[in-house]
Design a protein around this ligand. Structure first.
Ligand SMILES: Nc1ncnc2c1ncn2[C@@H]1O[C@H](COP(=O)(O)OP(=O)(O)O)[C@@H](O)[C@H]1O
Ligand SMILES: [Mg+2]
Length: 204
C-alpha cells in the first residue's frame, strides 16, 4: 500500500533478468505511487530498457513479479518508435484516440509536447519530434503511469509527463542523480550496474 491506503500504481518485486549466461540485473524492487516521478539511471547496456519493457508487460522476467493497480492505465514509450511515413501527425493521434472524447483531447496532447498543429507528415519529423509525437500519442490515452525510455530533454515533453514516471538517462549514476533531483524528479530508483545510490529513498 502507498500513502493514505491507496494501492501502489505500479510495483515490482525482486526482478531478475539474464540474456544467456550473463545476469543483466538481479533483485530489483521498486514502487510507484500517485504523483511520483521516478528516474532510472544506469550506463549503456545495464538493462534500463529491459526493465522498462518488463514493467510495461512486453518482456517476461526470469524471476520476480510486477503489479499494476487495478484499472490503472499504463503508457509506455519505447526507445525507438517508428511511424508510417505517409501518415500525418493528426492521423496518428486519431488512431490512438478513436472515441469522440479522445479526439477532443488531441489538440491539448499535441500542445503539451509543443506541436502547433497536426499537419506534418510523420516521415518529415526529426528524431526529437518523433519522440514528442510518441509521447503525445500516449498522453492522449490518459495513462495513469507513463514509462518513458530515453525521453527527449525538451522541457515541454518533460512537463507533459504529469503522473508517475519512470524516466531514465545514460551515464554515471551519481551526477545525473542530483541533476534529476534539481529538475524535480523527487525519488530515485535503483541505479543499475553499480552501487545502488538510493533505493526507495529521498534524494539528497
Ligand atoms: N532480446 C534480447 N536478447 C538478447 N540480448 C538482449 C535482448 N535485449 C537486450 N539484450 C542485451 O541486454 C543488455 C541490456 O540491454 P538494454 O536493456 O537495452 O540496456 P540499456 O537500455 O540500459 O542500454 C544489452 O547488452 C543487450 O544487448
Ligand atoms: Mg535503453
Amino acid at each position: 500500500m502507498g500513502f493514505w491506503g491507496m494501492p501502489l500504481l505500479l510495483s515490482c518485486q525482486s526482478l531478475s533478468k539474464s540474456f544467456g549466461a550473463r545476469p543483466l540485473f538481479e533483485d530489483i524492487s521498486l514502487s510507484i505511487s500517485d504523483g511520483d516521478r521516478l528516474g532510472l539511471i544506469g550506463p549503456n547496456g545495464s538493462g534500463k530498457s529491459t526493465l522498462l519493457r518488463i514493467l510495461a508487460g512486453s518482456e517476461t522476467p526470469d524471476a520476480g513479479s510486477t503489479a499494476v493497480r487495478k484499472m490503472a492505465k499504463l503508457g509506455y514509450v519505447p526507445q525507438d518508435v517508428q511511424f508510417a511515413a505517409e501518415l500525418s501527425v493528426l492521423q496518428i493521434m486519431q488512431e490512438a484516440a478513436p472515441s469522440e472524447d479522445g479526439a477532443a483531447r488531441i489538440p491539448a496532447a499535441l500542445g503539451q509536447v509543443g506541436f502547433e498543429n497536426g499537419d506534418a507528415l510523420a516521415g518529415s519529423l526529426s528524431g526529437g519530434w518523433k519522440r514528442r509525437l510518441a509521447i503525445a500519442r500516449e498522453l492522449v490515452r490518459q495513462p495513469d503511469i507513463l514509462l518513458l525510455d530515453e525521453p527527449t530533454n525538451h522541457p515541454l515533453a518533460r512537463k507533459a509527463a504529469q503522473n508517475g514516471v519512470v524516466r531514465q538517462r545514460n551515464g554515471e549514476p551519481r551526477p545525473l542523480f542530483s541533476g534529476e533531483c534539481r529538475n524535480g524528479y523527487g525519488r530515485a530508483g535503483p541505479a543499475l550496474s553499480g552501487r545502488p545510490v538510493s533505493r526507495e529513498g529521498q534524494l539528497q
